[in-house]
Design a protein around this ligand. Sequence first.
Ligand code: DHB
Ligand code: FE
Length: 306
Amino acid sequence: MDVSFVKTPEIQQLLDRAAGVNESGGSPRLKAIMRDLTESVMELIVRHDISESEFWLAMKYLSDSAGEIGLIVPGIGLEHFLDLYMDAKDAEAGLTGGTPRTIEGPLYVAGAPLVEGNVNLSVDEDEGTTVLHMTGHVTGPDGEAVQQAIVHVWHANSKGWYSHFDPTGEQTPFNNRRRIKLGKDGRYAFHSKQPSGYSVPPGGSTDQLMQALGRHGNRPAHVHFFIEAPGYRTLTTQINFGDDPFAEDDFAFGTREGLLPVPSRQGDSAYIQFNFQMQRAADDSDERFSSRARAEAEPQPETETA
Ligand code: DHB
Ligand code: FE
């Protein structure tokens, strides 16, 4: 059987009816997307001669993995694809320059303490890890210090677990998470207990898929950032440690050229100097975060952690 089977009048009519194409209500855009999506699935079934049993196995996988959708999307390269697509559209519009964007990942938590100065991110004990010191400045397209910038930073602990999502329950809600309010000079500085590389939860849906594809689910040690400031485009990015064994083999495709600094290591400390350059916002929507659903936790009483 050939995929042209999907183009037969009977199947095309089925697609029209299923997507509500001839109904007056509903969203025309959603109808068009839904019709294309269903048609693509049908073509996939024919091209790979997917059996009824295989089809329902896939549906069971999808429903069982609902809680890990945010992990699977980067793992199969789709979150990186969104970055490449946004980059390509920017290039088409003549919008280039600045620190490259890269995937947000699924592990941001809103509501982290808003702090100033040389900030400590790590409040919990974390034995056996060294200290990371990260510093740099946030500038705009002309090299100007960005005013009123807020740097959201989050990373894993030395076991590769993120607070709020840690199955061992050993971390307080905002360990290794802060929002840093920058001064007029646009400089930031923080120190924290150095993160280790991350791996997907063992035995979970993402792990199962990676194993079935003959892949691993590891990321190099990395630090995530959102940077927001009035008049500038919110930047979603991360740095990955250039000396990590997975620096060139990130299962989530979050490592990008320009975002792989090699820490300088001295005794028990690692130092990374990294400057961020923001783009100017073309409109209000550029200043906002994408409307992705994100975890949220109760803001904690301000504690002195430095
Ligand atoms: C995943 C985890 C991360 O920490 C990250 O930054 C990106 C992706 C994941 O589990 O898919
Ligand atoms: Fe991460």
